[in-house]
Design a protein around this ligand. Structure first.
Ligand code: MN
Length: 746
């Protein structure tokens, strides 16, 4: 192998070839001009020169000079892949980095980043192939797909493989079979996936020839034998259609298309039928030339079905719904006049190009108004298809291919060279959890390609990642926003949930202790209401904050007390609101009936001995203006005159309302409620209770206080003799420092 030094590299542009190589170069450039919108002749020339010089002295198994191979690959890239000049350069140089003294930096320096990137990608694929058994097809496929960022890498690799398959016969038989199997397993399905049908067929036929040369020879001989009869049949079969199409002025081509040898073989095997029975040996393609478009395919279809009987179950409309790989065509199978089944494909010239050459060909028809090269748009288009596969397309993939191919995956290497597949956007945290959940939990830092990086940095395909772990769990709940894998997400969530559950449990325990100590009884349902009042969406969230000491359990206790007292009043109100008129009246009659009697009550100005009771809705206290409501059996229910229920009762049953007056002396204890509002300060509650119980000698039924942002709000419930007693208490409360308001609480 020739050593190519830097002097030669510098002279590539002015290298003088011998006439044979000059002819080869001229032809290559001519092919480029015929097939590409634009060609950098100098780039092609320099690439050809370096390919020729770097491989000088090396020969292939066929005995030919080695540079024939890259040159042939370049031809395939031009004629069969319809790529671009940069790809041609990469094809010419694709084996230099691997096989010669030229390195990637030399390529980059001489030919630029794109050519270097393409060659690097191809070398990586070869590396993976060499280091791994082909049973790791999935890994290989995924690696290939990761190269989809620049599909040209894959397409040039296909071209390389195609040429190697075409020249396979020069290799020893065991090697032939190994390569052929690999081609059938890896390259052919992938070619199909890319819509490269012609490439797929050829790769399959060439592989089949290497693996089962007898079978291959048998089928190809049969095809040859039948060729004349087949062509005659097609000629006669198509004549009526042809006449019709001429008559309406169609511009078209008819191809009698024998099935590929391998596909006939597959059918014979899977359908267990002899060669003669494989019915769709007769397949005809009608290609419409411009200006005919899609709609015209349907016209052709109708001419055919006017002439021959179609088999409806064999009809396929890939015009309206193209296949995921871009394939468009109308398929129908009809019976010839003597009962032979003939499959017919109808498509436009453009559709045919796409079907034959893959999607790359498609972009020849698109003008680059935005100045982007057609190949770039093609790459974008394919990425788009891969990123947003349609539902039916997904199904097609599964059928075509048992492997899952996701272009949104990246391929990461462990320090030991193991390959891991991660979703795009994955970080070293994802990687760590993927390796082992313990590594994820203890991850402290990451090294990517030998450099320390933040754990949250997004990884790139091909990165080698090492995780530095600590002795203890270092898992940060905030990582949940930095991970994309299911595994990492669920482990971090588990961890968060565990922490959360513990905090909730702690908070709940704190509350239960507090509630027991203060004898607070509240239903779970009501506790949720209290939590909501404290601006918590759920009781667990409140427990959680208490567990983390972010909320004081005393505040909850006070809120519950407040709720319990207020709750009873509200409960009574809502209960009354819900009652029907009769129910309300009945209730008062009942109350009046069960009430005890008391001497000295003035009824309509007279002192009487009627039975009476105090209503609970307004808690009348002696001194209040009151009114009585007479029940049917003569009992009296006493309300304050400003009680809402009295207004209702007077309106509805005026005759039962009686005037009453308070008796002069009383020993009864009436309930009075006082609302107190003021500044929250230490000892305020104590000052109030001391005042009531010791100074005023008044019995307290209860006190509920709630403080919020320095404000104190409380309800005091006391037993009073009469209204003046209550007023005295209120006056005294108002004198307590910090109290701003105190009033009778209705
Ligand atoms: Mn090669």
């Amino acid at each position: 192998m020739a050593e190519v030094d830097s002097i030669i590299l510098k002279e590539l542009g002015s290298y003088q070839f011998e006439s044979k190589q000059q002819q080869e170069l001229d032809y290559l450039i001519k092919l480029c001009h015929e097939n590409f919108e634009e060609t950098d002749d100098d780039l092609i020339k320099r690439a050809f020169a370096l390919s020729f010089l770097s491989h000088k002295g090396a020969v292939r198994a066929s005995g030919e000079p080695y540079y024939f191979h890259p040159l042939e690959v370049a031809h395939i890239v031009i004629k069969e892949m319809s790529l671009d000049d940069v790809s041609v350069a990469a094809a010419l140089l694709h084996d230099t980095v691997e096989d010669t003294s030229i390195n990637l930096e030399d390529i980059q320096h001489e030919f630029g980043d794109v050519v270097a990137h393409l060659i690097d990608g191809m070398t990586k694929i070869s590396g993976v192939l060499k280091s791994r058994e082909s049973k790791q097809a999935e890994t290989f496929m995924k690696l290939l797909m990761s190269m989809a960022e620049d599909l040209r890498v894959v397409l040039i690799k296909f071209s390389d493989r195609l040429h190697n398959m075409r020249t396979l016969k020069h290799l020893p038989k065991p090697k032939q079979i190994k390569i052929a199997n690999e081609t059938l397993e890896l390259y052919a399905p992938l070619a199909h996936r890319f819509g490269l049908f012609r490439l797929k067929s050829e790769l399959e036929d060439l592989s089949f020839r290497a693996i089962d040369s007898q079978g291959y020879r048998f089928i190809s001989r049969k095809l040859r034998e039948k060729k004349e009869a087949r062509e005659k049949f097609i000629q006669e079969f198509m004549q009526p259609i042809r006449d019709q199409l001429y008559k309406v002025g169609f511009n078209f081509e008819i191809k009698g298309r024998p099935k590929s040898i391998y596909s006939i073989y597959r059918k014979m095997v899977t359908q267990q039928k002899p060669f003669e029975d494989i019915y769709d040996l007769f397949a005809i393609r009608i290609i419409l030339d411009p200006p005919h478009a899609r709609e015209d395919c349907w016209r052709v279809y109708s001419y055919i079905t006017d002439t021959y009987m179609p088999m409806p179950e064999r009809f396929r409309d890939f015009l309206s719904v193209p296949k995921a790989n871009g394939y468009q065509s109308l398929h129908t199978t009809v019976f010839s006049s003597n009962g032979v089944k003939v499959e017919i494909q109808i498509r436009t010239r453009q559709m045919d190009e796409i079907a034959e050459k893959g999607l790359a060909a498609h972009w020849k028809y698109k003008e680059g108004s935005d100045g982007t090269k057609s190949i770039d748009r093609f790459v974008h288009w394919v990425r788009d298809v891969l990123d947003n596969p349609r539902p039916d397309a997904a199904q097609e993939f599964v059928q075509d291919f048992t492997l899952n191919l996701f272009s949104d995956e990246i391929y990461i290497f462990t320090p030991r060279g193991q390959l891991l597949t991660l979703p795009k956007g994955a970080t070293p945290i994802d990687f760590a959890f993927e390796v082992h959940s313990e590594i994820g939990e203890r991850a402290l830092a990451a090294k990517v390609n030998g450099k320390m990086v933040p754990l949250r940095q997004k990884l790139q395909s091909g990165d080698q990642v090492e995780i530095i772990t600590g002795k203890n769990i270092n898992l940060n709940p905030d990582w949940i926003n930095d991970v994309v894998t299911h595994k990492a997400k669920s482990r971090i969530r588990q961890f968060i949930n565990m922490k959360e559950r513990k905090a909730i449990e702690d908070g709940r325990e704190m509350w239960v202790k507090k509630a027991n100590k203060q004898h607070l009884e509240i239903s779970d349902q009501d506790l949720v209401k209290v939590a909501n009042k404290l601006k918590y969406p759920s009781i667990n969230k409140l427990y959680y904050d208490m567990g983390l000491a972010a909320f004081d359990v005393n505040i909850l206790a006070r809120a519950v007390k407040d709720f319990l007292s207020r709750g009873r009043i509200e409960e009574e109100k809502t209960r009354l609101e819900k009652l029907t008129d009769e129910e309300i009246q009945d209730q008062y009659y009942d109350n009046a009936r069960t009430a005890g009697s008391m001497r000295g009550l003035l009824l309509n100005g007279d002192l009487t001995d009627v039975k009476y009771s105090y209503s609970k809705c307004c808690n009348p206290i002696p001194g209040d203006e009151v009114i009585g409501f007479l029940s049917r059996n003569g009992d009296v229910k006493i309300h304050r005159t400003n009680c809402n229920n009295v207004g209702y009762l007077i309106k509805n049953d005026n005759e039962r309302v009686v005037e009453i007056g308070w008796p002069k002396s009383t020993t009864a204890h009436f309930i009075g409620a006082v609302r107190i509002i003021g500044e929250d300060r230490v000892g305020l509650v104590n000052d109030i209770t001391t005042l009531i119980s010791q100074t005023m000698k008044t019995n307290m039924k209860g006190i509920n206080v709630n403080s919020d942002e320095g404000m104190f709000e409380g309800t005091l419930i006391i037993y009073v003799e009469d209204i003046s007693h209550l007023e005295k208490v209120i006056k005294r409360i108002l004198r307590i420092p910090g109290v701003k308001q105190a009033y009778r609480f209705e």
